[in-house]
Write a protein that binds this ligand. Structure first.
Ligand code: SF4
Length: 453
């Protein structure tokens, strides 16, 4: 099913679509206020973009340096070519430690690798401890947003879920009461876990240290209580020096939620006394993406989610409409690289307004990459010949202002009298899952000329 059809399903619940849009837009506004309060904001973005692009260019050097320094602190470093290897490494470490339960703080990489179903199928309990992640785990669905995994749910729905799963009173939907119930349930699971698993926000090549940012402190509890800490990271998470970290920390939380800092920024340099730290470095297609000049920049993403909060398509279609681990503008670039035919509709889930590029803290030119995907995926796609013929006609008209004006005037007249089913019938794939806008009585150029008079 294409993104447009899944979006149409989401939009059937008009009330949900309205507050989803509003909630995300309020985050965008908070982000704007937070950014405006930092006088050197644009310089920070520039520095972050330059640093990440430099690391990407010199990735083998920084990876080797990071491995050496992390090992010097007593961490064990593993390399995984793909998701299957990552899951086997993690499973092997858990089996070696005799772990039957692992508590996990938010990690989009483990979502990408399908770690939860892999471990559950082998009898190892894995508990998501970030509140939003725990909610979607209990609902057996994937996160709909990379920073706010349960943003698509009403508190009443969470109340009903907790009543069924955690035994809260029926009808209880007070956020504080629900949070306390989740905390109570999770506390017992933390205490009974034999291993803690975290993602990695930044890995510092100079020191071999890793940095994990959370708002709930769950990564800290999950790594302080059990003796085994497994940290899973994509190979693109590196930054060169400890001195570079503040650039990213100042950008990350402000871009994500408008906070000055995440509530917890935890640094790990080797295992805690008596414990073990294993770091799994995962490629899973990243080297291939890095080798493609038109898409490599997507690997500089720091997963702040700002492009989702601002995107008019994401806000009005919901994260699940992307049917992907990473939704939104950045997901529409990354996911086709993983599975082009499964995600061929995602580069079209975009109005090319450029808002994502304007807010991205590392200045990724997402619209440009989405256009590059459209060009690539349309080659050999079903209906591609018809589309190319249509575009040739459009190009002819766009290059000739008089022809364009004439075609526009004709189209406006014809569209007004033709029955809608003729324009939006089954023959027209564009209108499957999309509504035709009302035909305007006047062209933009006519309105513009009138205004100028
Ligand atoms: S692409 Fe940019 S805005 Fe989107 S999540 Fe990544 S860093 Fe944030």
């Amino acid at each position: 099913m294409s993104h447009a059809l899944r979006a149409a399903e989401f939009l059937r619940d008009a009330e949900r679509a309205r507050w989803h849009d509003g909630s995300l837009w309020s985050l965008r506004e908070k982000r704007d206020r937070a950014a405006a309060a930092v006088p050197d904001w644009e310089s920070l973005r520039e520095a972050a973009a330059a640093l990440k692009r430099h690391v990407l260019a010199e990735l083998p050097f920084y990876l080797t340096r990071f491995e050496e320094r992390a090992q010097a602190h007593g961490a064990v470093v593993h390399w995984a070519r793909d998701a299957a290897e990552h899951n086997q490494i993690v499973e092997g470490l858990l089996r070696e430690a005799g772990a039957r339960r692992v508590v996990k703080s938010k990690s989009m990489l483990t979502e990408e690798c399908g770690l939860n179903p892999h471990l559950e199928a082998r009898g190892i309990e894995i508990v998501d401890t970030d509140l939003g992640e725990r909610i979607v785990q209990l609902r057996h669905e994937r996160p709909s947003h990379i920073v706010m995994p349960a943003i698509h749910l009403r508190r009443q729905e969470i109340g009903a879920l907790f009543h069924a799963e955690l035994g809260t009173p029926e009808g209880e939907s007070d956020p504080t009461a629900l949070t306390l119930a989740a905390r109570h349930d999770l506390r017992a699971r933390f205490l009974g876990a034999q291993a803690g698993l975290t993602g990695v926000n930044f890995a510092i090549a100079e020191t071999g240290g890793i940095v994990v940012c959370t708002n709930e402190g769950n990564a800290d509890l999950g790594t302080v209580l059990p003796p085994l800490h497994i940290a899973c990271m994509g190979i693109e998470k590196l930054i060169p020096r400890a001195a570079d970290l503040p650039v990213f920390l100042r950008l990350l939380a402000r871009s994500a939620t408008g906070q000055a800092q995440t509530a917890y920024t935890s640094h790990f340099h080797g295992p805690r006394p008596g414990g073990a730290l294993h770091i799994v470095l995962v490629d899973n297609g990243r080297s291939g993406l890095r080798a493609r000049a038109e898409f490599a920049e997507a690997l500089t993403c720091i997963r702040c989610g700002a492009c989702m909060n601002t995107c008019p398509v994401f806000r009005r279609s919901g994260g699940h409409s992307y049917d992907a681990v990473i939704p939104g503008p950045i997901g529409s670039v990354l996911e086709p690289a993983r599975a082009p035919s499964a995600h061929a509709s995602l580069p079209y889930a975009c109005s090319l307004c450029g808002s994502c590029r304007d807010v991205c803290p590392v200045r990724i030119d997402l619209p440009k990459q989405l256009l590059a995907w459209r060009a690539e995926l349309s080659q050999g796609a079903p209906g591609g010949a018809l589309r190319r013929a249509g575009l040739r006609v459009a190009r002819f008209a766009f290059q000739r202002p008089r022809v364009y004006a004439l075609v526009g005037a004709l189209a406006r007249r014809v569209a007004r009298v033709l029955p809608e089913r003729w324009l939006a019938g089954r023959w027209n794939p564009w209108t499957r899952g999309r509504a035709l806008p009302p035909t305007p009585p006047h062209s933009f150029r006519a309105l513009y000329a009138r205004r100028r008079r």
